[in-house]
Design a protein around this ligand. Structure first.
Ligand SMILES: Cc1ncc(COP(=O)(O)O)c(C=O)c1O
Length: 389
């Protein structure tokens, strides 16, 4: 089969480190479940890497988010401000607690949470009563802001931190897609009060599945560890004083996670090199807008994503997706704006106008670590319209 006919996936794992060795160690020693040294090691390396005092491994990024919300005290009928353009997991996690997302627009240049609109919303649409911020429209208490660093690029988070301080809100970063991305010399996930990562199979590094919560708040970390391990107060007599969860990562997954963490910096370099080739190859294509890396940011380019302007390019993002699909190349639109989805119809959405346009125009293109230069050239040529099949 020539390279021209090979299926090109969107983003698949790269297994280039000591995964076999560490997983074999789990099997050889019998430490296969959620106790074992790799779980501790994984927590330690992630905490050190991002620069946080505590890390708690979880069975998924979604579980980490749910746990983060619980330890931060978010509960029934509270509200959490978050972007409408993101994978659905953080919005689901908010609903698990009985709280409601308030959906916010995204910035037209970075495609991340629009900090100006967050500010407008808090200043114009909320009242502060006894230090508590209340959404005038729903009368619910706004308790937290949940910025999601989508696609590998950081949110402009300093203004969020300022607003959070002013309005007494907790900042929970969803850095599931962006481990290793840098905002003004700080690693995302370690900037707000709590951060969450995902090690799902399509992320830059994977544990086959898994997540991690990081924080500098020791009490929250302890509570997270307690809640994610079935809230055992007295294990011998099985005393549980809270509703717990089976959210703990297994040692086998953690072993893979440790091996992948050892590769992370190398993988970020590879992702940035892939992005560089896309920037070069697509720079002059009329009607295609390329992602921006802000001067205060270092993106990990988890999924390289372009915007397609039908009027100038001659086809829609969905037409191009179909063309790619016919050539055996996997691409994907961005996520449906969450405020338009049935489970969130009762949630408040504030002044959303950029998100729909982004959703219509965006297409994520192959970005796997092991994407070959030849395969990437095929992708570029298809977009350039010069591909000869
Ligand atoms: C932004 C975002 N948040 C949360 C998650 C959930 O992570 P997981 O799949 O590990 O539950 C994902 C992806 O999977 C994600 O992309």
């Amino acid at each position: 089969m020539t390279d021209n006919k090979k299926f090109i996936p969107l983003a698949i794992p790269a297994i280039q480190g000591k995964e076999w060795e560490y997983i074999k160690d789990c099997l050889d020693t019998g430490w296969v479940s959620s106790a074992g040294s790799y779980v501790n090691k994984f927590e330690q390396v992630v905490a050190e890497y991002v620069g946080c005092n505590h890390a708690v491994a979880c069975s998924s990024g979604t579980a980490a988010l749910h746990t983060a919300l619980m330890v931060a005290g978010i509960g029934a009928d509270d509200e959490v401000l978050m972007p409408t353009i993101t994978f659905v997991a953080p919005a689901n996690a908010v609903r698990y607690t009985g709280a409601y997302p308030v959906f916010m627009d995204i910035q037209p240049d970075t495609w991340q949470l629009d900090t100006n609109k967050v500010k407008d919303f808090l200043l114009k649409e909320c009242d502060v009563k006894d230090g508590q911020c209340v959404n005038k429209h729903t009368q619910r208490n706004v308790k937290a802001i949940l910025p999601v660093h989508i696609l590998g690029h950081p949110v402009d988070i300093d203004p969020i931190l300022e607003l959070a301080k002013k309005f007494n809100l907790i900042v929970i970063e969803d850095a599931a897609e962006s481990i290793g991305a840098i905002y003004k010399e700080k690693k995302v996930g370690a900037i707000g009060d709590i951060g969450c990562f995902s090690f799902n199979g399509n992320k830059i590094i994977t544990a086959g599945g898994g997540g991690m919560l990081v924080t500098n708040n020791q009490q929250w970390a302890e509570k997270a560890r307690y809640l994610t391990t079935q809230a055992k107060d007295e294990p011998v007599e099985s005393i549980h004083n809270a509703i717990g969860y089976n959210y703990r990562l297994t040692n086998i997954q953690a072993a893979m996670g440790v091996a992948q963490m050892e590769c992370l910096d190398k993988y970020i370099e590879v992702k940035r090199a892939i992005a560089e080739r896309y920037f070069e190859g697509l720079a002059d294509v009329a009607g295609i807008t390329l992602p921006q890396e802000k001067e205060w940011a270092q993106s990990i380019y988890w999924l390289y994503t372009v915007l397609i302007d039908q009027n100038k390019y001659g086809m829609t993002s969905r037409d191009l997706l179909k063309k790619f699909s016919e050539c055996g190349i996997e691409t994907r639109p961005l996520w449906h704006p969450l405020h338009r989805l049935a489970p969130f119809k009762d949630c408040y959405a504030y002044d959303i106008c950029v998100a729909d346009d982004l959703y219509t125009k965006a297409l994520s293109i192959p970005s796997s670590i092991e994407l070959s230069v030849d395969s990437q050239q095929r992708v570029i040529e298809i977009i350039q319209g010069a591909f000869k099949g």
